[in-house]
Design a protein around this ligand. Structure first.
Ligand SMILES: NC(=O)c1ccc[n+]([C@@H]2O[C@H](COP(=O)([O-])OP(=O)(O)OC[C@H]3O[C@@H](n4cnc5c(N)ncnc54)[C@H](OP(=O)(O)O)[C@@H]3O)[C@@H](O)[C@H]2O)c1
Length: 331
């Protein structure tokens, strides 16, 4: 039987999510990889326990996480039932729809038909009555944004989600989404975007725009799927994401250029007394309007390592300059 640590709220920092009543942990846990039927169930369970024990209250899912699609939600549902039912009110659970989920014209993108069916399926798979946050997973160029936002507002009015979110929306799309939701009496809580030392586009306009709108930002793949760690410094480990058939990180992405950059960044991290993974997370966490970094982990050790990022989120001008110089060599 799982009994959470009594000191689980002592170390974590909580940050207000935009202009809302919600505080999210500085580090949140995503279940995209490592929680499907292809993965070791007991390992997944241990990672969730370690996360909650460390004050990670936010778990992020999507309809199609696995593989196979839906299996991360099903496994999460099993673990929730075994271990977390009594702690439901301490958890902030999110899921999403917007990518390929089931065959035919109604299992993808941003129609009201898809989103309403998908939230019902997700709740059933997880065995819960509501999610805290429901996202539209990516912008849909062919569905009117009014329809997609209407679906989010409807789901909230039905009580199936408490908050609405968007993912992979740029600054203009975010402003449009927030304005439509406002008209429907709903606030856009957060935008979930890919953001790391290697993916910088949110810095350009999105951070300032969301701050202005009171929308939070959660950075996904902050470790660039493991590239911004020591995982690939000496080759491709057999149990790494890049080595797995179903992993979204492909071996071809680990080029000589990328290796040069991560080797150089690793040296800066060591000088700071951090691991590269910790430095990559600290680098994001010190930015204005970053509510949380949304990490993945394939082991409890990785998770624990990453949590130490919170201990040092200041950078000297010299460190900043050096990091910029290294990152610029990728362009
Ligand atoms: N909204 C969207 O479109 C979208 C898209 C992608 C992801 N997401 C969300 O973001 C979450 C995180 O994405 P991600 O898994 O790509 O995040 P990530 O944190 O960039 O990468 C996680 C991977 O990095 C490696 N790793 C983590 N900590 C490590 C450490 N301390 N030392 C060495 N290696 C370490 C592990 O890879 P190994 O498996 O090789 O050990 C782990 O699975 C997802 O679960 C999902 O919730 C959202």
């Amino acid at each position: 039987m799982y009994i959470p640590s009594a000191t689980r709220y002592n170390q974590m920092q909580y940050r207000r999510c935009g202009a809302s009543g919600i505080n999210l942990p500085a580090v949140s846990l995503g279940l995209w990889h490592n929680f499907g039927y292809v993965d070791d169930f007991e390992n997944s369970r241990k990672i969730l326990h370690a996360a909650f024990d460390a004050g990670i209250t936010h778990f992020d899912l999507a309809n199609n996480y696995g593989p196979p699609y839906g299996s991360a939600e099903e496994n999460f549902g099993k673990i929730f039932k075994q271990d977390f039912v009594s702690y439901r009110d301490e958890l902030f659970i999110s899921t999403k729809a917007g990518y390929d989920m089931w065959p035919g014209p109604y299992g993808n993108w941003g129609s009201k038909k898809y989103l309403i069916a998908s939230i019902d399926q997700s709740l059933k798979r997880m065995g819960i009555d509501y999610v805290d946050l429901f996202y539209h997973h990516r912008p849909d160029p062919n569905t009117p944004l009014d329809e997609t936002m209407d679906a989010l507002a409807y789901i909230i009015k039905q009580g199936k989600a408490l908050y609405a979110g968007i993912s992979n929306y740029d600054d203009l799309q975010t402003a449009q989404a927030e304005s439509i939701l406002n008209r429907l009496g709903v606030h856009c809580l957060i935008n979930q975007v890919k953001f790391s030392m290697l993916v910088r586009w949110p810095e350009e306009k999105l951070l300032a725009k969301t701050k202005n709108l009171g929308v939070g930002i959660i950075a996904f793949s902050p470790l660039a799927q493991g590239l911004l760690t020591d995982r690939y410094l000496n080759g491709i480990p057999f149990d790494s994401r890049a080595a797995k058939k179903h992993g979204y990180l492909k071996k071809e992405q680990i080029t000589a250029d990328v290796l040069n950059i991560i080797t150089a960044l690793n040296k800066v991290a060591v000088k700071r007394g951090q691991k590269l993974a910790q430095m990559a997370l600290s680098w994001l966490l010190r930015k204005d309007n970053i509510t949380s970094v949304l990490i993945g982990a394939s082991s409890v050790d990785q998770l624990k390592d990453n949590l130490k990022a919170i201990e040092n989120i200041t950078f000297s001008q010299q460190e900043d300059d050096e990091i910029e110089r290294i990152i610029k060599t990728i362009k």
